[in-house]
Each structure stands twice: as structure tokens, then as C-alpha cells.
Design a protein around this ligand. Structure first.
Ligand code: FES
Length: 135
């Protein structure tokens, strides 16, 4: 099969959502799969997918700002703390109340009781395939 052909999926819960070339690093797409809105993200060349639904109060989470965050480190020898900006395009903020989610893990950094359920993804022949079966 060449890269121009769309792979066939055999599982009922699998969907070809687009080409890898259509989703650059740090970008996302929102797709409708079997009636469910799903956010698909390219995080450093890895593809992750989550429901477009915030577990706090149901906002369209995957449409929120995608940014980095402040990271800190502490040197026990000098007792100095260093703050730096990092993890660019890995932090997703909910558009309603601003809860911050790590798109690499689904963890909520604002409130530990919330975590995103990830949809399995894979790449085949240059296409991104998402399964609605949870990982
Ligand atoms: S609905 Fe997302 S933080 Fe409240």
C-alpha cells in the first residue's frame, strides 16, 4: 500500500482521522467519531486522543489553549530554586475554568481527582488511526 491510500480498518471502533502530514507538532484536530467529538494532538511526533469533554463540568476541553508551563528544580547543594519555561504545547487549559491538563498523560495539574481517558492511537501508512476503545 502506498502513502496515498487510506488504510482499511477492520475494527468497528477504529477510525482513520487524517494524514500525519496534516497534523504538525504542537497542533490538534477535533474530529467527530461515531457521534463523539475527539481531540487528536501531535505531541512531539506522538499522537494522542482524548474526548472533547472536560471531566470537571463538560466543557469542550480540546478546544482550549495549548501551551507550556513553568517547571522548577531545587539544588540541594546550593539551596537554589530554578524556574524555567518548558513543555511547550503539552499543557491544555480548559476554556471554561482553566483547569490544566497534561496532554502526554491526561493528568490534571489543577485538581488531582480528574484525569482524561485516552483513546488508543496508531499510525499506519502515514495515516492516524484512533480507536474509541479506551486504552
Ligand atoms: S469545565 Fe473544564 S475546568 Fe471546569
Amino acid at each position: 500500500m502506498s502513502n496515498a491510500e487510506t488504510p482499511e480498518v477492520t475494527d468497528d471502533d477504529e477510525f482513520v482521522v487524517g494524514r500525519t502530514s496534516d497534523l504538525a507538532e504542537g497542533e490538534r484536530m477535533i474530529v467527530l467519531l461515531d457521534g463523539a467529538e475527539v481531540g487528536v494532538f501531535n505531541v512531539g511526533g506522538e499522537y494522542v486522543a482524548y474526548p472533547n469533554w472536560c471531566p470537571h463540568m463538560g466543557a469542550p476541553l480540546c478546544e482550549g489553549p495549548l501551551d507550556g508551563t513553568i517547571e522548577s528544580s531545587f539544588d540541594k547543594e546550593t539551596l537554589e530554586t530554578d524556574l524555567s519555561w518548558g513543555r511547550e504545547d503539552e499543557m491544555l487549559s480548559c476554556p471554561w475554568h482553566g483547569f490544566e491538563f497534561d496532554v502526554t498523560s491526561g493528568e490534571c495539574r489543577s485538581d488531582g481527582q480528574y484525569k482524561l481517558r485516552e483513546f488508543p492511537t496508531r499510525v499506519e501508512d502515514g495515516h492516524i488511526i484512533v480507536s474509541l476503545g479506551f486504552a
